[in-house]
Write a protein that binds this ligand. Structure first.
Ligand SMILES: *Cc1c(COP(=O)(O)O)cnc(C)c1O
Length: 328
């Protein structure tokens, strides 16, 4: 793979560990489940955006930018990791967050505040719809801003998950995984894992659990577009089609950020069997999907499943009310 011409800035600790979830697997009828701990990527409570930012912010530095802008939901893990990375790279950080200023700074929003990010409230627009206006304002103020795309999902972000597959191959010693299960939301992780699978000729099945219910009508198309754009960027001939995409769309429940029984059970079961924290928005839903698929017989006994933990636990604290009613 020809990715040497894309610089990277070190922001986390890699490789992230892989652990076997023996007790969770037993609770789910002797399933063979492992977890890739990107929640331990090391940057300010971790998460999958750390990988993407290593390429994206290297690009910002190469362009001599002094400010980064990105967007997301109030409890965006991507925004929190971007704010932390900006702090350690001595860049100003502006965040466009959906909704309006809550009374209490909690979870990721509290951390954004500690990283001294400038926060702008965007109302209904949690996906960066107003980012160009902010960009122009900062230019007018004499800044040199750099736009980090929503969720860090552009071709550079995708490339970081090709590297993640290489990292995984080095770590896999006693038999390859048959399935990789993960939360899929802005598409970069999914696209990168797909491309990495092809680059390194891996055989596992990628099972993306779709997180967002609305908004992204062409989500599958977006993932394919990202994967193909990144393939082209690294001079790979191969192109993907939607037939190759395995996106599980049936677990979006009441919508983005809405915690239901599926998420609650997954969070509680993983916590009490493994002492591991999932998050209410992404990994709780993705694990809920995996549990449901296991129960409905979607896997064989011989399958070796890797759950890719993409982070997000800081948001748990903002869901105290919903989650404290757990297990009743
Ligand atoms: C952003 C995020 C995801 C989704 O990754 P995408 O590359 O945006 O699809 C999953 N889990 C967590 C915790 C995240 O913050």
């Amino acid at each position: 793979m020809n990715n040497a011409r894309f610089p990277k800035v070190s922001l986390g600790f890699f490789p992230t560990p892989i652990v076997k979830l023996a007790r969770l697997g037993k609770a789910l009828g002797s399933a063979d489940i492992y977890m890739k701990r990107d929640d331990m990527s090391g940057l300010a409570l971790g998460g999958n955006k750390t990988r993407k930012l290593e390429y994206i912010l290297a690009d910002a530095l190469a362009q001599n930018c002094d400010t980064v802008i990105t967007a997301g939901a109030v409890q965006s893990n991507h925004c929190r990791q971007t704010a932390a990375a900006a702090a350690c790279l001595n860049l100003d950080c502006h965040l466009l967050l959906g909704g309006k200023q809550p009374k209490l700074l909690q979870g990721n929003l509290l951390l954004d505040h500690l990283f001294a990010a400038h926060i702008h409230w965007a109302g209904e627009h949690r996906k960066g719809e107003d980012i160009n206006d902010l960009y122009e304002e900062l230019i007018a103020a004499g800044k040199k801003p750099y736009i980090v795309p929503y969720g860090g999902s552009n071709q550079l972000g995708v490339l970081s998950f090709v590297d993640a597959i290489e990292e995984l191959m080095v770590q896999t010693i006693d038999g390859a995984f048959t399935h990789i299960v993960f939360a899929s939301s802005s598409g970069g992780t999914h696209a990168g894992l797909m491309l990495g699978k092809k680059v390194f000729a891996q055989k596992f099945t990628l099972l993306g659990i779709k997180i967002d219910k609305q908004g992204e009508d062409n989500f599958a198309e977006k993932i394919i577009h990202l994967a193909n754009g990144a393939a082209e960027m690294i001079d790979m001939e191969a192109r993907f089609t939607q037939d190759e995409l395995n996106l599980q769309e049936q677990y979006t429940g009441a919508g983005y950020g809405m915690v239901g029984e599926l998420e609650k059970e997954a969070i509680a079961l993983t916590a009490k069997t493994e002492g591991i924290l999932l998050d209410p928005v992404y990994t709780g839903r993705a694990m809920g999907g995996l549990i449901d698929m296991l129960r409905s017989g979607a896997f064989k006994r011989s399958d070796k499943i890797l759950f890719w933990h993409t982070g997000g636990a800081p948001a748990l604290f903002d869901y105290a009310q919903q989650l404290s009613a757990m297990g009743e």
